[in-house]
Design a protein around this ligand. Structure first.
Ligand SMILES: CCCNc1ncnc2c1ncn2[C@@H]1O[C@H](/C=C/CNC(=O)c2cc(-c3ccc(F)cc3)cc(O)c2O)[C@@H](O)[C@H]1O
Ligand SMILES: [Mg+2]
Length: 214
C-alpha cells in the first residue's frame, strides 16, 4: 500500500538523523523537504526566528497548536531551560503517531507532551489536566482559521498572563487575516511582524509575535 508523506518524512529521519540528537532530526527533515518532498514544517528560515524568540523568552511552559510531524516541537524543546516543557496538540491520530516517533528519535519524550485531540476541546482542560497555570509562549501553526477563535479561548480560559508571547506561523501564506486584524488592533497585545519566506520556497511569509499585555 502507498505510504503517506509524514511516513516518508519519518523514514528520512530514521535513515539520516542520529538517535538522541535533536538538531540532526531538524536537519534531516529540512533536507528531506528541500531535496525530496515539500512539507508544511515551519522550516529552517522561519525556524531561526522561532529559535531566537524561544531563546529570548526562555519559557518554562510552551503550548503548540498543530504538531503535524513534530518538527517545531523538537526545535522548540531543544532550546528549553532544564525544567521547561512543551504541550503540543494534534487532532489527526496518524500525524500524532508519526510525530511521537520523530520526538522519540530526537530523545525528547521527557520535554514534549503530545496530546491527541482538538485545540478547542483541550484548551479549556489544560489547567486541570496538566497542572499548568499560564503559558510563557504559544506557537500557533494549526488550521489558519482557528488562530483567532483559539486565541480568544486561551484568553477566556486564563492561559495567558501579562507578558505571555504568541508566535503565529503563516500570517501571510496561507494567511490568517482575521487573526492579524484582531491582534494588531487589540489594546491587549503589542505585535511585531517578522518577514521571512514560506518554508523551503522564495514565497513571502512571516511570523507575527504578540505580547499579551494582560
Ligand atoms: C479542530 C481544528 C482546529 N484544532 C486543531 N487542534 C489540533 N490540531 C490541529 C487543529 N487543526 C489542525 N490541526 C493539525 O495541525 C496540522 C495542520 C496545520 C495547518 N497548516 C497549514 O495548513 C499550513 C499550510 C502551508 C501551506 C502554504 C502554501 C501552500 F501552497 C500550501 C500549504 C504552510 C504552513 O506552514 C502551514 O502550517 C495538522 O497536523 C492538523 O491535523
Ligand atoms: Mg505553518
Amino acid at each position: 500500500t502507498q505510504s503517506t508523506r509524514p511516513q516518508r518524512l519519518l523514514a528520512a529521519v530514521q535513515k539520516n538523523a542520529t538517535r538522541g540528537d535533536p538538531r540532526s532530526v531538524v536537519l534531516a527533515i529540512d533536507q528531506f523537504c528541500r531535496q525530496k518532498e515539500w512539507a508544511m514544517n515551519v522550516g529552517d528560515e522561519k525556524g531561526c526566528i522561532l529559535d531566537s524568540v524561544v531563546s529570548e523568552v526562555n519559557p518554562g511552559a510552551v503550548l503548540e497548536l498543530g504538531t503535524y510531524c513534530g518538527y517545531s516541537a523538537v526545535r522548540i524543546a531543544c532550546l528549553l531551560p532544564p525544567h521547561g516543557k512543551i504541550i503540543t496538540l494534534e487532532f489527526n491520530p496518524d500525524n500524532a503517531a508519526i510525530a511521537r516517533q520523530v520526538i522519540a528519535w530526537a530523545g525528547l519524550e521527557e520535554k514534549i507532551q503530545l496530546v491527541v485531540g482538538a485545540s478547542g476541546d483541550w484548551i479549556p482542560k489544560i489547567k486541570e489536566q496538566f497542572g499548568v497555570k499560564t503559558f510563557d509562549l504559544v506557537f500557533l501553526d494549526h488550521w489558519k482559521d482557528r488562530y483567532l477563535p483559539d486565541t480568544k479561548l486561551m484568553e477566556e480560559c486564563g492561559l495567558l498572563r501579562e507578558g505571555s508571547i504568541l508566535l503565529a506561523d503563516n500570517v501571510i501564506c496561507p494567511g490568517t487575516p482575521d487573526y492579524l486584524e484582531y491582534i494588531r488592533n487589540s489594546p491587549r497585545y503589542k505585535s511585531q511582524y517578522f518577514k521571512s519566506h514560506l518554508e523551503y520556497t522564495k514565497v513571502e511569509d512571516g511570523l507575527e509575535k504578540s505580547v499579551f499585555l494582560g
